[in-house]
Design a binder for this molecule. Structure first.
Ligand SMILES: Nc1ncnc2c1ncn2[C@@H]1O[C@H](COP(=O)(O)OP(=O)(O)OP(=O)(O)O)[C@@H](O)[C@H]1O
Length: 257
C-alpha cells in the first residue's frame, strides 16, 4: 500500500518510477486585488501509480481545485503539475484535450451521461471523440467488468443511479487512462450502490493497477481508499494511511472545529 508522498523537500530518487500525478508547490488563485482567493496554497504531493487516494476537507478547503488542477482542467497560478513525469503545467488547449481523451478519466457525482445515448453508446463516445477504432467486443468487456453487460441497450433514465455511475466508470475506463479522477463518485448514491461502486474502484486498483484520486465528503468512501489526504485552507493539513471510517470522521471533525 502506498501513501501519497509530500514532495516539497526531498529530491526524487532517479531509480524510482515517476508518480502517476504530481503537484509541486501548486497554488491556484481566483479573482484579483481585494477579491483574490487562494484556493490552493503551495501544495506538493505525489500520487503513486496504482494507488487510490481520497481527498477530504471542510467545504471550501480546495478539494475540487486540487482535483481540477491535477487533471489539467484548470491551470495552476504557480508551481507545476506533472502527469507520469510529463510537465503539463503550461500545456496548451490542444494538448490538454488529448490528455483528457487518452490519459485521464473522470467520474462525477452527477454521472454526466448523455441521456439520448444507450449505455453502450455512452461508453463508446470517448473512443469516437479520440478518433480511435471502436471494437464492440472491447466496449462489451468494459460494460461486463462493471456488471452491466445485460444493460447495454438501456438509456440512462432506464438505469438506477448506481447503474448509471457504473456506466460512467466504464466510460472513463474504456480509454485505459493512467489516472482516474473521481469527484464525489458516491455522493448521489444510496449506501448499497455506493458500496458497489467502491468495490468496483477497489477492484480496478488491485487487479489493474489503476491510479485513483477521489474527492469525497463521505468518511466511508474515504476509508475504502488506500490513504486519505486532508485539506484545510488550500493546504495539506493531515494524512492517514488506511484509516477506518470513524478515524476519518474524527480527523475531519477536528479540521472543521
Ligand atoms: N471559479 C471560482 N471563482 C472564485 N472563487 C472560487 C472559484 N472556484 C473556487 N473558488 C473558491 O476557492 C476556494 C476553494 O474552493 P473548492 O471548490 O476547491 O473547495 P472544496 O473543498 O471543493 O469545497 P466543497 O467541499 O464545498 O465542494 C473556495 O473559497 C471557493 O469559494
Amino acid at each position: 500500500m502506498t501513501a501519497p508522498q509530500d514532495t516539497g523537500t526531498a529530491p526524487r530518487r532517479a531509480d524510482l518510477p515517476a508518480p502517476a500525478v504530481e503537484l509541486r508547490g501548486a497554488s491556484r488563485d481566483y479573482g484579483s486585488g481585494q477579491a483574490r482567493v487562494r484556493a490552493l496554497d503551495g501544495v506538493s504531493i505525489a500520487f503513486a501509480a496504482g494507488s487510490w487516494t481520497a481527498v477530504m476537507g471542510p467545504s471550501g478547503s480546495g478539494k475540487s481545485t486540487l482535483l481540477h488542477c491535477a487533471a489539467g482542467l484548470e491551470q495552476v497560478s504557480a508551481g507545476q503539475v506533472l502527469l507520469s513525469g510529463d510537465d503539463i503545467t503550461t500545456a496548451g488547449e490542444r494538448e490538454l484535450t488529448e490528455l483528457r481523451r487518452g490519459r485521464i478519466g473522470f467520474v462525477f457525482q452527477s454521472f454526466n451521461l448523455i441521456g439520448s445515448l444507450t449505455a453502450e453508446q455512452n461508453v463508446t463516445l470517448p473512443l469516437r471523440l479520440a478518433g480511435r477504432r471502436v471494437s464492440g467486443k472491447q466496449v462489451r468487456q468494459v460494460l461486463a467488468s462493471v456488471g452491466l453487460d445485460d444493460r447495454r441497450r438501456h438509456r440512462p433514465r432506464e438505469l438506477s443511479g448506481g447503474q448509471q455511475q457504473r456506466v460512467a466508470i466504464a466510460r472513463a475506463m474504456v480509454t485505459r487512462p493512467a489516472v482516474l479522477f473521481a469527484d464525489e463518485p458516491t455522493g448521489a448514491l444510496d449506501s448499497g450502490s455506493a458500496r458497489q461502486v467502491l468495490r468496483l474502484l477497489r477492484g480496478m486498483v488491485t487487479s489493474a493497477g489503476q491510479t485513483i484520486v477521489m474527492v469525497t465528503h463521505d468518511p466511508a468512501a474515504a476509508a475504502a481508499a488506500d490513504s486519505v489526504v486532508f485539506l484545510s485552507d488550500g493546504r495539506i493539513a493531515d494524512r492517514a494511511l488506511a484509516p477506518s471510517a470513524r478515524e476519518v470522521a474524527e480527523r475531519l471533525a477536528r479540521l472543521e472545529a
